[in-house]
Design a protein around this ligand. Structure first.
Ligand SMILES: [Zn+2]
Length: 435
C-alpha cells in the first residue's frame, strides 16, 4: 500500500482511491505569459513521475493539468509587446508543451484552458451568489470566507503567520480583507460578458470550476507547488465546499520549492534559470535525475555544483548501460528481477522516497558491472531500464551494427592475442563512449 503525506490532514495516510483501481489527479498548471524556470519544472517532473508510478501499480490514472490563459500578467505582457492576449497565451502554451516533452514528462491526459470555461464559471458564481456565499460590489464579485466553517484548514499555520506578519490591505470594497474575487471588473485587456458586468474570472475560480466541469465530484489527488497552498488551494477548497459540499480532493500533495544558491528564484531578483537555457547545455535527463534525487517535500538548493554531481551520476548510468548492452546485444530476456522491483515499491510506497530509489539504481549499476552470466545480466539490464523508464529517463542508446562489429572484432583480437589490433579497436570503442 502506498502512503502519501496529505497537506489537508497534515498526516501520512494510506492511499485509498475513491473508485477502485482508478485515480483522478489534477495539478495546477502554468499561467502562460513567459518561459518557465527550473523551479516551475519541479512539479511538472514530479507529478508526471507520480502518474508513471501509480500506473506501474496498475492504477488507471486520469491526469489533468490546466493552462491559465487569462490573467492580469498575460494582459500586461500583451500591452508590453503591443499584441493580443491570445497571441501571448498561445505562444507560451506552445513553449510550455515543448519544454514539458523535452524534460521527459508526458503531457497530461487533459490540459483544459480557462478561457474555454467562462460560461461555466459564470454559472458557478451565480450559484454561489444565490446560496449567499458570494456578494457583488462595484469592483466585482467576492467570495464570503466567513460562511465556510473550516476555512484555513489546508493552510493552517501559513494563514496564522500571514495574519500575524502581514496586514492584508483591503484595497477593494470587500466585506473582509481575505474575501477573494470570483469575478473582477477590469478596465483594460480582455473582458468577458457576464450578468455581473464585463470582466474576468478570478484565478481560484478557474481551477475550482474546471475541476467541477471535468470531474463533477471529489477527486483523488490535487497537486501543485507548496507556494499554492495559500491562498490558491485554500480558496479552491472554500468554493468547492460552498458549491458542492466536499473538499475537492481526498489527498492534497505539494512539492517543495527549488531555491537557487539558497535564494528564492524570482524575476525581480534576476536569478532565474530558464529550462530552455538549461537544456541547451545540459542533458535534460541530468536535470530530471536531480529533481527526483530529492524527496518532493524537501526544498532543493539548486547550484551549478549540484547539477555537476548529477551529471557524473548520470554518466555512470549511461556508460554502464552501454557496456552491458555490448555484451547482451538485443537478444536478452525481457524479464524483471522481482526482488529489485519489490525494493523499488517499498521505497516509493513510503511517500515517494525517490532519493532511495536512486540508491537502488546505483546498487543495480554495481551489480551490472560485476555480473558475468549473460542471462542474469539481461534480466538486470531489463530491470534497470524499466526503473529508468518509470523515472521518465530515456538513455536513448543506439547500438549500431558498426559498434557491434568493432566490439566483436576486439573480442576476437583479444582471444588471438593480437594486442596491437585489440588496442586500436578498444580505443575506438572508448572514444565513442562505449567502454
Ligand atoms: Zn489551480
Amino acid at each position: 500500500m502506498i502512503k502519501i503525506y496529505n497537506t489537508l490532514s497534515k498526516k501520512v495516510e494510506t492511499f485509498e482511491p475513491l473508485h477502485n483501481g482508478k485515480v483522478n489527479m489534477y495539478v495546477c498548471g502554468p499561467t502562460v505569459y513567459g518561459d518557465i524556470h527550473v523551479g516551475n519544472a519541479r512539479p511538472v517532473i514530479f507529478f508526471d513521475f507520480v502518474k508513471r508510478y501509480l500506473s506501474h501499480l496498475n492504477y488507471d490514472v486520469f491526469y489533468v493539468s490546466n493552462i491559465t490563459d487569462i490573467d492580469d500578467r498575460i494582459v500586461e505582457k500583451a500591452i508590453e509587446e503591443k499584441t493580443s492576449e491570445d497571441i501571448i497565451a498561445n505562444k507560451y502554451t506552445e513553449a510550455f508543451i515543448n519544454i514539458t516533452k523535452s524534460i521527459g514528462s508526458k503531457l497530461p491526459d487533459k490540459m483544459p484552458k480557462a478561457t474555454h470555461y467562462i460560461s461555466d464559471m459564470v454559472r458557478y458564481i451565480e450559484k454561489l451568489l444565490k446560496d449567499g456565499y458570494a456578494y457583488v460590489k462595484d469592483s466585482g464579485v467576492y467570495f464570503r470566507i466567513s460562511k465556510v466553517k473550516d476555512y484555513g484548514k489546508l493552510s493552517g499555520q501559513i494563514l496564522e503567520n500571514l495574519e500575524e506578519n502581514i496586514r492584508i490591505d483591503n484595497e477593494d470594497d470587500k466585506e473582509n480583507s481575505k474575501d477573494f474575487a470570483l469575478w473582477k471588473k477590469v478596465d483594460e485587456g480582455v473582458e468577458f460578458e457576464s450578468p455581473f458586468g464585463k470582466g474576468r474570472p478570478g484565478w481560484h475560480t478557474e481551477c475550482a470550476v474546471m475541476n467541477h466541469e471535468i470531474f463533477n465530484g471529489e477527486i483523488d489527488i490535487h497537486g501543485g507547488g507548496a507556494d499554492l497552498i495559500f491562498p490558491h488551494h485554500e480558496n479552491e477548497i472554500a468554493q468547492t465546499v460552498a458549491h458542492s459540499d466536499h473538499h475537492l480532493a481526498k489527498y492534497w500533495m505539494h512539492v517543495a520549492r527549488l531555491n537557487i544558491e539558497n535564494v528564492k528564484m524570482s524575476k525581480s531578483l534576476g536569478n532565474t534559470v530558464l529550462v530552455k537555457d538549461l537544456i541547451n547545455e545540459t542533458n535534460p535527463n541530468v536535470f530530471r535525475l536531480l529533481i527526483l534525487g530529492h524527496q518532493y517535500r524537501q526544498p532543493i538548493n539548486y547550484t551549478r555544483d549540484l547539477l555537476d554531481q548529477y551529471e557524473k551520476q548520470y554518466q555512470k548510468l549511461e556508460s554502464t548501460a552501454k557496456r552491458v548492452l555490448l555484451q547482451i546485444k538485443d537478444n536478452y530476456k525481457k524479464e524483471l528481477d522481482i526482488t529489485i522491483i519489490k525494493n523499488v515499491e517499498d521505497v516509493l510506497n513510503d511517500d515517494f522516497n525517490t532519493p532511495n530509489l536512486i540508491t537502488i539504481l546505483q546498487d543495480l549499476t554495481k551489480e551490472l558491472n560485476k555480473e558475468t552470466d549473460l542471462e542474469k545480466l539481461g534480466v538486470l539490464y531489463y530491470t534497470f531500464t524499466y526503473i529508468l523508464d518509470m523515472m521518465g529517463i530515456d538513455l536513448n542508446i543506439n547500438l549500431t551494427h558498426e559498434i557491434l562489429d568493432t566490439y566483436e572484432k576486439w573480442q576476437v583480437a583479444r582471444s588471438n592475442k593480437d594486442f596491437a589490433s585489440a588496442d586500436v579497436l578498444r580505443k575506438k570503442l572508448i572514444d565513442q563512449g562505449w567502454l
